[in-house]
Design a protein around this ligand. Structure first.
Ligand SMILES: NC(=O)c1ccc[n+]([C@@H]2O[C@H](COP(=O)([O-])OP(=O)(O)OC[C@H]3O[C@@H](n4cnc5c(N)ncnc54)[C@H](O)[C@@H]3O)[C@@H](O)[C@H]2O)c1
Ligand SMILES: [Zn+2]
Ligand SMILES: [Zn+2]
Length: 403
């Protein structure tokens, strides 16, 4: 079969690899109809993770089951399913506690598994014609309809970015009436903004510097784009909040002055953040946590959904190469702010988010910018990596052939 294979930093190719086979009784084989490229793939693409040449990329996988092993009970050939990017067993200590992002049995090297990802086990990705699905009963989310229908591009986003954005709002404790600032208007930031809307937030600010992405923010009811190339994003949000402080917060003594920022802050950028004063230029891995420490009110909450890896061969300095980042812990502690972080447990949310999609209450595919055959992946990776020409979210269609 054909697959997207990593060769060296900034180089992927589409080449023939061996078809996957059923290896365990609980396995299934999925034939992909859509496989998305993710901002997380770019960390590997750029050589910012320890990864071996030959890795097949792709952890956002949607398709139709081709074959199942003898131990699979619920899933059958012909079923349309989407896979959480986390691979999990469903029965270990962490899985039963609803942390499939930290499954203890699937990855011999660590506490989490995933498709086609550095450090997440010996699993091939789905930017290919076929992919092997371990523990298929647990890892497949069944879907209604047919491949290519009007929900195809919404359903693929259930593999990662929609549940991940939703998890970010849980990490940041977003509740009805809250004020929320989200740094990053990539797919994860946009899905966090949509999720903040679903959770009932009253104010949603989304920071980025890429024009097409800031335009997408306006597609989310009530969300306000903030362009950090136009000045300090923290100051901009404090200014935008002024009318709210004067009109509502001042009804409580002291709260207008002492709570000028937001209650919930989300980092949807991670360690590859650009410095606020050098958009698209110099990287500053501590930028977002420092901005959030200035912006989140006392007693507020911060969610770090953007990634920080323990090893980064391309880190900006010796500390960053070892995953050590500086931030004002004293100030955050003094303000009594909670910080939650880590990989999203997709299965905790994907069923409910699917049902919002099926009832036309959420249409996450507004963020999709490109639908391409597999053969176009090398070019798409290059452009997505540079965030040019409106490349926001790319969906690969492995059953289409290039023109
Ligand atoms: N925790 C998880 O389970 C999980 C899952 C998926 C993705 N992620 C991570 O979430 C992050 C975002 O993913 P994505 O797919 O949206 O990535 P992306 O790279 O497409 O988006 C990141 C955005 O951040 C913007 N940005 C850069 N510096 C900034 C700054 N100083 N202030 C504000 N915005 C800035 C960029 O312009 C870009 O639009 C990545 O780190 C990704 O690996 C985490
Ligand atoms: Zn992803
Ligand atoms: Zn498990």
């Amino acid at each position: 079969m054909r697959a997207v294979v990593w060769k060296e930093p900034h180089k992927v190719v589409v080449e023939q690899v061996e078809d996957p086979k059923i290896q365990e009784p609980a396995d299934a084989i999925l034939r992909l109809t859509t496989a998305a490229i993710c901002g997380s793939d770019l960390h590997m693409y750029e050589g910012r993770t320890p990864i071996e040449p030959g890795q097949v990329f792709g952890h956002e996988n949607l398709g139709v089951i081709e074959e199942v092993g003898p131990g699979v009970r619920m899933i059958k050939p012909g079923d349309r399913v989407v896979l959480p990017f986390n691979i999990a067993c469903g029965f270990c200590f962490n899985c039963v506690r609803q942390y499939p992002n930290a499954c203890l049995t699937v990855n011999p090297e660590s506490h989490s598994g995933g498709y086609g990802y550095a450090g997440m086990g010996p699993f091939r990705g789905g930017q290919a014609e076929l992919v092997r699905v371990p523990f298929a009963d647990y890892n497949c989310l069944k879907l209604p309809g047919r491949p290519g229908d009007e929900y195809e591009d919404d359903f693929v986003l259930l593999a990662d970015v929609f549940p991940t954005g939703f998890h970010a709002t849980e990490q940041a404790h977003v509740r009805a009436g809250d004020s929320v600032a989200i740094f990053g208007a990539g797919p994860v930031g946009l899905m966090a903004a949509l999720s903040a809307r679903i959770q009932g937030a009253a104010e949603i600010y989304v920071v980025d510097c890429v024009k097409e992405r800031l335009e997408k923010v306006e597609r989310i009811e009530g969300a306000i784009p903030v362009d950090f190339s136009q000045g300090d994003p923290v100051e901009q949000i404090l200014d935008l909040r002024k009318p709210m402080r004067e009109k509502i917060q001042n009804l409580h003594p002291g709260s207008g002055d002492k709570m000028p920022g937001v209650m919930c802050g989300i980092d949807a950028v991670g360690y590859e953040a650009w410095a606020d004063d050098a958009p698209g230029g110099r990287q500053e891995p501590n930028q977002i946590i420092n901005d959030l420490a200035r912006l989140v009110n006392p007693t507020g909450h911060i969610g770090l959904i953007g990634v920080y890896f323990p090893e980064d061969p391309g880190g900006v300095d010796e500390d960053a190469k070892k995953g050590i980042f500086k931030f004002p812990l004293g100030q955050v502690w003094n303000n009594g702010i909670s910080i939650e972080m880590g990989q999203a447990p997709v299965k905790r949310y994907n069923e409910y988010l699917r049902d919002l999609i099926c009832n036309d209450l959420a249409k996450p595919s507004f963020l999709v910018s490109h639908r391409l055959p597999l053969e176009d992946a090398p070019d798409a990776y290059e452009k997505f990596d540079q965030r040019v020409e409106g490349y926001t979210k790319i969906l690969l269609k492995p059953q289409q052939r290039a023109a």
